[in-house]
Design a protein around this ligand. Structure first.
Ligand SMILES: O=C(O)CCC(=O)C(=O)O
Ligand SMILES: [Fe+2]
Length: 317
């Protein structure tokens, strides 16, 4: 966003999806974040920045890892270590690792390579330029993360009529160029050609110990073709489908593409840890400490899902 563009801050009643009884009972489903919802109007001249007044569940809710069919319209919860879920999560026997006094006990170190999941594209050697990442990171911090508790921002564009702030559009275009040689024409088109669709971008800020519950991105809000960029620090992202699990280390400046089976049949999530065990090429395991990580996820809004904030940016009922 250029300096001339005006940013208006208005309070928003968050879009809520009522948790089902089952979700409500699960220990790790409480969100303790503040989110900004940014609805970009058609002329893109004024951006409405909408702030959740209190830490409430956002439009996202988590998904039981092995229960995709039953609860397929849900997405993620962003988990901070200060949530009441932390203890339950750390003590859970279903997780592959636990953090004890800063030491990682992990059954299997994460891979530096893409796991064999159809629709998942990841190449840790293809990195975005550091100056671009530094610029985007700084712009996000100064534009969106000015309040201490805010750690998630969602931007919603209109189909064909509004665009992302320039620094995010530049980032997306750099990702498009970087991945072009790696992707089939069809996949590249799915990810980057607008074809009348509207963009949504979500910016998540993680401190060491933060994570995001295993989830499938909302099926009734987002289409196929998800682009993720990691900045600042790396972390392990875990993909799960039934008994199958793959952890992969996402270094800073890397990108991940989630399409097709990877998008619809596997959950992805990030454990709440302060460090990750990663299998190096030489067969040794390296423990990598987490720092502050920012991720930017670009998705396509499904037709009719571009409604957050109202067309004129008015306060949502
Ligand atoms: O932080 C990430 O890389 C993942 C974010 C994510 O999965 C989401 O926002 O749906
Ligand atoms: Fe996600």
């Amino acid at each position: 966003m250029s300096e001339e563009e005006q940013v208006t801050i208005v309070p928003l009643a968050p879009v809520k999806r009522k948790l089902t009884e089952d979700e409500d009972r699960r220990p790790n489903t409480r969100k303790r974040t503040r989110s900004l919802f940014i609805s970009i109007p058609a002329d893109n001249a004024v951006q409405k920045v909408l702030i959740n007044p209190s830490p409430t569940p956002s439009i996202f809710a988590d998904l039981p890892p092995l229960d995709i069919e039953q609860d397929s319209d849900t997405d993620s919860l962003f988990d901070s270590p200060d949530s009441e879920a932390t203890t339950a999560f750390s003590n859970s026997t279903s997780n592959s690792s636990t953090v004890t006094a800063g030491v990682v006990t992990q059954t299997e170190p994460a891979s530096l390579k893409a796991p064999p999941i159809p629709g998942l594209t990841f190449d840790p050697t293809l990195l975005l330029p550091q100056p671009l990442i530094d610029y985007v990171f700084a712009q996000c911090i100064s534009t969106y993360f000015t309040k201490p508790l805010t750690n998630q921002v969602m931007l919603f564009c209109r189909p064909d009529s509004s665009t992302l702030p320039l620094f995010l559009a530049d980032l997306l275009s750099a990702v498009s160029d970087l991945l072009q040689p790696k992707l089939s024409r069809e996949t590249h088109d799915l990810l980057f050609a607008s074809r009348g669709r509207a963009r949504q971008a979500i910016v998540n800020l993680y401190e060491p110990g933060d994570g995001i519950s295993p989830h499938v991105d909302l099926l009734d809000r987002f289409g196929d073709g998800i682009v993720g960029v990691s900045m600042g620090s790396g972390c392990v992202m875990e993909f799960k489908k039934g008994e199958k699990r793959h952890g992969m280390y996402l270094p800073p400046r890397s990108t991940i593409i989630i399409c097709g089976e990877a998008r619809y049949e596997w959950t992805h999530g990030i454990e709440k840890k302060v460090e990750d065990a990663v299998a190096r090429d030489d067969g040794r395991t390296e423990v990598v400490k987490r720092g502050t990580r920012m991720s930017i996820t670009f998705r396509w809004l499904l037709p009719g899902a571009d409604v957050v904030g109202g067309r004129t940016g008015d306060k949502e009922e």
